[in-house]
Design a protein around this ligand. Structure first.
Ligand code: HEM
Ligand code: HEM
Ligand SMILES: [Fe+2]
Length: 443
């Protein structure tokens, strides 16, 4: 049950995000096929690996941003106890962002790209993204200012979203000196996932836990301060773990190594905090699927970002693993655990309410969670094995790039096989969310 009519604007954001998620995973499978088999040149000429990769990663960023924005539109009215400032602006923003996304994908097919991984969309489209982001921030800020009902959770959320939008600006200019270009590229990539997005995650997770467990606001907010402080402290200087080999000053080897090695701490803290809330719960939890997803997300977040990040963050190790499939392994486990599962958690919290059920059939939700979580773990491990092989062959034995690739193909075949089951799990989520049915007792 929703309390404010304007919360409904979240729904189209969620539905589009879900569909783009499905498309992203299909592109991932296609990428793995590119690695595992030698494709006919005529096919590669029209749809090269680089284009498919840009589809896979840009779809990822787009669906996650839509998920966060929809989640914010859903949360803010309840949290501030007032309707959104403008639902029209929220729809306009959605049209601008999705339109930009579609234009970007079509553009990639024709080589209209800046070529920088993840931030390849051309300058003109960047301006539209900025316009969409400004409308969003304006709409949320006006809602909060009008409501005059500030809370720690809202503050953190708005802070994270503003930080996210500001950082994007640093990735827009192209610097002719490549070291400088990469230097700022990381301000977007690293400071997004290890800074701004962590703040947003902290706020959303705290809010959902408070809602489903009935733990008092004070308890939730007290720890949020500590968590956020730690995230910023380790995450900002931790950017240095990307400055080891790009021509930045040597002191980054020390700063990057030490501070990024501390990054697992706030994440571990988040796990502990979540489990404590669950133990202290004051109400019976009906929506168990949300609880499973929330706990699953924080633990997976710890493994993918914390443990897998730590593995290759020290310069002594990163010297060998940099830019290999070990990085890809970490990228998948971290993004899936920290952000994909978080956004699905928001969906399973919001969808039943948006559809007006207090309880719903949760069988498919649970199956999809276990299938996707376990198959992604296998995919991550398989990329990891390919990465160890690659590191050894290329950087210790000194084999050429393509010779090393030939030895890795077997592992990509396993990734394809497992990926099909992962895709099935994602389709289950999409189908289930779009066709949610009330539980027997209600129907
Ligand atoms: C949820 C949080 C995180 C996400 C989503 C994430 C994701 C990623 C991705 C996608 C890359 C590859 C970027 C590229 O080169 O294209 C990457 C690189 C890296 N990440 Fe993370 N990461 C997270 C947290 C962490 C943490 C906490 C650590 C350290 C403890 C870490 C350490 C690293 C390192 C060292 C690299 C560079 C690897 C290389 O040199 O090739 N990450 N991360
Ligand atoms: C069937 C499932 C999937 C398969 C087979 C797959 C496969 C791949 C492959 C082969 C690459 C290219 C790596 C390279 O350039 O060497 C890639 C990149 C990437 N994928 Fe996936 N993917 C899948 C699902 C996902 C999901 C669910 C996410 C996030 C939640 C994700 C996030 C990423 C990211 C962040 C990169 C860039 C990594 C980097 O730069 O290090 N993928 N994927
Ligand atoms: Fe990083």
């Amino acid at each position: 049950m929703i309390k404010y009519e304007s919360q409904r604007v979240a729904y189209p954001y969620f539905v589009i995000a879900l569909l783009l998620f499905g498309l992203q995973v299909i592109m991932g499978l296609w990428l793995a096929i590119n690695y595992a088999f030698t494709l006919p040149q005529s096919l590669v000429d029209v749809f090269p690996f680089a284009t498919a990769r840009a589809f896979h990663t840009n779809l990822l960023v787009l669906w996650m941003l839509l998920g966060f924005m929809g989640g914010t539109y859903y949360m803010v009215p309840e949290e501030s106890e007032s309707e959104l400032y403008s639902t029209k602006l929220a729809y306009l923003q959605l049209v601008i962002l999705v339109g930009t996304g579609v234009a970007a994908l079509i553009g990639f097919l024709f080589g209209w790209t800046q070529g920088r991984p993840l931030l390849e969309i051309p300058f003109e489209l960047d301006l539209l993204v900025v316009l969409g982001a400004l409308i969003f921030l304006f709409n949320i800020a006006m809602t909060l200012i009008k409501a005059k009902n500030w809370t720690m959770i809202q503050g953190t959320l708005l802070g994270g979203l503003t930080f996210l939008a500001l950082l994007y600006l640093f990735g827009i200019p192209f610097y002719k000196n490549l070291s400088i270009d990469w230097y700022y590229w990381w301000w977007v990539i690293h400071l997004w996932v290890e800074g701004a997005w962590e703040l947003i995650t902290g706020a959303i997770m705290a809010w959902i836990l408070m809602r489903i467990t009935g733990v008092p606001r004070k308890t939730v907010e007290k720890w949020l301060y500590v968590e956020i402080g730690l995230f910023l402290f380790t995450g900002i200087v931790g950017t240095g773990h990307h400055y080891y080999w790009i021509g930045a000053p040597r002191y980054w080897l020390w700063f990057g190594g030490i501070f990024s090695a501390l990054e697992p701490l706030p994440i571990a803290f988040m796990v502990w905090d979540t489990l404590r809330h669950v133990k202290e719960r004051r109400v019976e939890i009906k929506n168990k699927a949300v609880l499973t997803l929330a706990i699953g997300s924080v633990i997976y977040h710890f493994i993918g970002a914390g443990v897998w990040g730590f593995i290759h963050t020290l310069p002594q190790i990163n010297y060998y693993t940099h830019g290999s499939q070990i990085t890809v392994s970490h990228g998948h486990l971290a993004f899936f655990g920290a952000y994909a599962l978080l956004i699905i958690t928001i969906f399973y919290y919001a969808f039943p309410n948006l559809k007006g059920y207090s309880n719903y059939k949760q069988t498919l939700a649970n199956w999809a969670f276990w299938i996707t979580s376990s198959t992604m773990m296998i995919i991550g491990l398989v990329f990891g094995v390919a990465g160890v092989l690659q590191t050894y062959l290329e950087r210790i034995m000194g084999l050429g790039y393509m010779n090393a690739q030939a030895q890795m193909q077997f592992w990509f075949k396993i990734a394809i096989f497992t990926g099909v089951f992962f895709l099935a799990g994602v389709i289950m989520w999409i189908y289930d969310l779009l066709n949610l049915k009330p539980a027997e007792s209600e129907s």
